[in-house]
Write a protein that binds this ligand. Structure first.
Ligand SMILES: Cc1cc2nc3c(=O)[nH]c(=O)nc-3n(C[C@H](O)[C@H](O)[C@H](O)COP(=O)(O)O)c2cc1C
Length: 343
């Protein structure tokens, strides 16, 4: 059965009337979900097209045992995927609502996005949804010039709308403290054989591989070691380039720090990333301090009582970054209708 398209005042929308129609749309919605970022591009998710919507399960075979033993970063990634899914549905005119951790007996069922009825998309939903395929992690140098206060305000607002906070550590002392934590965690990880083996395992040089980080997505080596050290995937032979001396760094914070909060943190992170993309900004992650427990405790102290750090983002102006590959929706989703035979 095909989905009925209707034209509303705001454009084309898809009218969901029954379970078959939900499933017919699932492939396109899951494709948007899988554009979410994930640590080392592990894509730690499985989707299930159901009669009432689309469920997301944590794929434990894709957890990073060294960098992310508790699965925090995987849950952030899955929270971001759920955010994309709901946003894409709404931007297409479908009423969509997310329930996180809907069944306490099935802890790896991280969320269900229920789809029913029509929704009039807002301009903001359309703008953010159009940024989903354009958002890429950009590990290249950014301009020295930092985004001005009105843009920062927009990103803080994006975080608040998803019940989180974005704390820019731009005051010189706090920035210097965070930069020190990043350098210290990066050094600890470079000295950790198990961490480096895991990193190599998820670094790819082959275009046909659809997960992991292609070495070409790494930035060029820095001309001189700056205040903040970015993670490098692969050691290409590209000539060194200067990076911005003082990057704008923002810490994504949530009110709590349990598994539910980590999924909320994924919503917050993704809304900030999409809002930044829509505003013409480039973004990347600096999560080394989140991944080394002793440094993470120092980061907790640095942000104080405002909330619990979930990830650290670098935001600025850069040349466009390349997209990284994804496994196609059909490979990661059960319950899709069979592909129609041609003609
Ligand atoms: C929670 C989390 C932590 C991440 N940490 C880092 C990091 O420390 N350094 C880095 O270069 N990329 C980091 N990434 C970015 C991923 O490598 C990236 O999302 C993935 O390769 C997919 O590429 P894309 O974001 O361009 O779609 C992180 C992503 C997530 C979701």
């Amino acid at each position: 059965m095909s989905t009925t398209r209707t034209t509303t005042a705001t454009g084309t929308s898809e009218r969901i009337r029954d379970a078959d129609e939900v499933k017919a749309l699932a492939e396109v919605l899951v494709t948007a979900a899988t554009r979410a970022p994930s640590p080392h591009n592990t894509q730690p998710w499985r989707f299930e097209a159901r009669g009432d919507g689309i469920a997301l399960h944590l794929d434990r075979t894709r957890l990073l045992g060294v960098a992310d033993p508790d699965g925090r970063e995987a849950r952030l990634a899955c929270g971001a995927a759920l955010f994309n899914l709901r946003l894409e549905a709404r931007a297409r005119g479908i009423a969509a609502a997310t329930e996180l951790l809907p069944d306490r007996n099935v802890p790896d069922l991280l969320g269900v996005v229920r789809l029913a009825g029509t929704h009039r998309p807002t301009g903001e939903e359309r703008t953010l949804a159009s940024a989903i395929p354009r958002r890429h992690t950009n590990r290249r140098p950014f301009a020295e010039e930092q985004p001005p206060e009105p843009l920062r305000h927009g990103l803080r607002r994006a975080a608040q709308l998803e019940s989180g906070l974005l704390d820019f550590l731009d005051e010189p002392t706090r920035f210097a403290d965070l930069a020190r934590l990043i350098r210290s965690a990066e050094a600890a990880q470079r000295d950790d054989d198990a961490f480096m083996a895991e990193l190599r395992c998820w670094t790819t040089g082959v275009a046909s591989v659809r997960d992991g980080v292609p070495a070409r997505s790494s930035g060029p080596p820095p001309l001189e070691e700056g205040l903040v050290t970015l993670r490098r995937y692969g050691r290409g032979r590209r000539p060194p380039r200067p990076y911005e001396q003082v990057p704008l760094l923002g810490v994504v914070l949530t009110n709590e720090d349990d598994q539910h909060a980590q999924l909320v943190g994924g919503h917050v992170m993704q809304r900030v990333l999409l809002a930044a993309t829509a505003a013409g900004l480039s973004t990347s992650f600096v999560s080394q301090p989140m991944e080394v427990p002793s440094v993470k405790r120092e980061l907790d102290r640095l942000v104080g009582s405002q909330g619990h750090p979930q990830t650290v983002l670098r935001i600025g102006y850069g040349y466009p970054a390349l997209p990284t590959p994804r496994r196609p929706a059909r490979e990661v989703t059960t319950g899709l209708p069979p592909v129609a035979e041609p003609g």
